[in-house]
Design a protein around this ligand. Structure first.
Ligand code: F6R
Length: 586
């Protein structure tokens, strides 16, 4: 989703910002822009496309000056055009801003500003921030006062950086991330540590409802009333700077291939948090588990696993649905929030609701410096390293591994976990590329794929369908095996492919029956199993493993199948259209 970068220092700002924006490309965007202040004048350059393309056409990195702001935009209000790209300037051109989030009352503010002579050139909600700041600066001639007045009028969730013609930089944060990087003789402002990690690993996470001003006298951080606040410098994890593709054609393939190793690292160094989580679960009145997309599918696996093996009931809730289900949570309940990025707005909102009800918040996240972890009283680290591909792959199996570890504590060792065995099984699946590649060629022209799984394999079927949709743009749907006859069977004909997740476990016979019913209607069957069957048109073999462990390995084949199908279709597996890695708006 949108990324912000700001620079204040002694070096040439533009090349540093363009590099920072490139590092944040994985978050997803459609247009890009940069502005610098030089000789008390602001110049803005922007356009539609990748950072390197717009840089080639607009020479973004050649802008002069030692102060600047930059942005990659993921359209919410207004089409994907150069005019709608950030930075946006105030009518006089004396202030420029970059903004993440949504200004809910932008229409009212715009009308008021227009009455006062301000004009607008874009369709965005963001442009009001530039003009509102200008209006307030005209009245106060003071950057601090103009920020305080501006934030008092804005409604919604936002983080913005404003650059004033007099060479002052200011940034405010309200329910959107904003981090200050502290360099040797410079400052960085960014929505993501990747924006500046190459330059410094000292960072200040601006608290919600605070703003910062950078000028020749240094840095001042205040709350929205203008009272200076204390701040803490944190060392950010350098490992997130190591996001290189190496010899792999795509980050997605690299990340899929890392799983024999990442599965072994999940939860490491946070073992006591795993133990405490199990303890909280045992004593809580209700246990809710929340997440979005893939992270929600992990919560669904937890429901089946904990119910079957630990006889513990948990309620998985899609984060964006939580506000419609619960405006509060019963006392003595816990909310386990799962999020790779730790920045998903829907997850943070769900956490907010639970916190207001005094529920304990436990986070399973990959980014330990994320907003989610800051909001939680306990944190379990996924430790799978940077995941750049927009589609979640290795983070999913890391989330599952943590869920397995918590379940193991709850049932006092009943799973007999052996992650070395899981890791070896994943390696075996990964060595079977050529078979999967040849099936991917066939899927190229298919318009509908269904994925069927029974019991604990149903959440894996949902996750598989999500991967197929995101990476291949083919319509895909997960079906719980037993539901076939209650509707989906009507869709089966010779144009359809159905992936059957069918390890040789207690669900095997029923699932095979479903496969036969589908086959009888002419659909093509891809079986994912450790046991072959004449019903499969294609068999993707997975190793035999303990019954409880199959979910950890069966998803790998579908990640590969989705990846290779995307390659066959010539879509970009790393950056699927319209999607963003961190969904930081509601
Ligand atoms: C799916 C995918 C998304 C994310 C979702 C939650 O491949 O990447 O569905 O899983 O946006 O993201 P996090 O886990 O960062 O909260």
């Amino acid at each position: 989703m949108c990324s912000i970068i700001g620079y204040y220092g002694k070096n040439s700002a533009a090349p540093i910002m363009v590099k920072g924006l490139k590092r944040m490309e994985y978050r997803g965007y459609d247009s890009v822009g940069v502005a610098t202040e030089y000789d008390q004048k602001i110049e803005v350059r922007k356009g539609v496309g990748k950072v390197s393309e717009v840089n080639d056409s607009e020479c973004l990195d050649k802008l002069p000056g030692r102060i600047g702001i930059g942005h990659t935009r993921w359209a919410t209000h207004g089409k994907v055009t150069a005019l709608n790209a950030h930075p946006h300037s105030s009518t006089s051109g004396k202030i420029a801003i970059v903004h993440n989030g949504i200004i809910e009352n932008f229409n009212e503010l715009k009308e008021e500003l227009e009455k006062d002579g301000f004009t607008f050139v874009s369709e965005t909600d963001s442009e009001v921030i530039a003009n509102l700041l200008q209006q307030n600066y005209n009245q106060t001639s003071n950057v601090k006062k103009s920020i305080i007045k501006t934030v008092s009028k804005l409604k919604g969730h936002y983080a913005f950086v404003a650059m004033f013609e007099n060479g002052i930089l200011a940034a405010a944060r309200y329910h959107e991330p904003m981090i200050i990087g502290i360099g040797k003789d410079d400052y960085f402002l960014s929505s993501d540590v990747l924006g500046f990690i190459e330059k410094t690993d000292d960072a200040i996470y601006i608290d919600n409802g605070n703003f910062v001003i950078l000028d020749s006298s240094g840095m001042q951080i205040c709350d929205f009333e203008g009272t200076p606040v204390k701040h803490q410098i944190t060392k950010v994890s350098k490992e997130f700077a190591d996001a290189y593709k190496g010899d792999y054609a795509h980050f997605t393939l690299k990340e899929i291939s890392e799983q024999p190793e990442t599965i072994l690292n999940a939860g490491k160094k946070t073992e006591s948090a795993i133990e405490q989580t199990a303890d909280f679960i045992k004593h809580a009145k209700n246990v809710y588990m929340t997440g979005s997309g893939t992270s929600y599918n992990a919560a669904l696996v937890a429901k089946y696993l904990m119910s079957k093996y630990a006889k513990v009931k948990i309620e998985p809730i899609i984060s964006s649905e939580l506000p419609t289900l619960h405006d509060s949570i019963e006392p003595n309940s816990i909310l386990i929030a799962i999020s790779q990025s730790g920045e998903s707005a829907d997850v943070l909102e769900a956490v907010n609701i639970a916190k207001k009800s005094n529920a304990k918040i436990l986070a399973i996240a990959n980014h330990k410096n994320s907003a989610l972890v800051h909001e939680s009283s306990l944190f379990i680290g996924m430790n799978c390293g940077p995941e750049v591909g927009v589609a979640a792959t290795k983070s999913f199996t890391s989330q599952l591994a943590i869920i397995y570890k918590i379940t193991e504590k709850l049932c006092e060792g009943c799973l007999d976990l052996d992650f070395k065995e899981v890791s070896n099984s994943i390696s075996k699946i990964l060595s079977n590329h050529s078979k999967i590649q040849s099936i991917a060629k066939e899927l190229k022209n298919v318009s509908d794929i269904y994925v069927l799984g029974r019991g604990i394999h149903y959440p894996i079927a949902s996750e598989a369908a999500l991967k197929l949709k995101e990476l291949t743009y083919i319509h895909a749907e997960g079906i719980p095996g037993g539901e076939l006859k209650h509707g989906p069977l009507a869709l089966m004909d010779s144009n359809v492919y159905v992936i059957i997740i069918n390890p040789n476990d207690s669900t095997y016979t029923d699932t095979l029956t479903s496969a036969r019913e589908i086959k009888a209607r002419g659909a093509k069957i891809i079986g994912i199993s450790d046991k072959n069957s004449d019903v499969y048109d294609h068999w993707i073999e997975i190793p035999s493993i303990k019954e409880s462990m199959f979910p950890l390995i069966e998803i790998i084949s579908i990640q590969l199948l989705s990846y290779y199908s995307a390659v066959e279709k010539d879509t970009d597996p790393d950056y699927p259209r319209n999607l963003a890695k961190s969904v930081t708006v509601k």
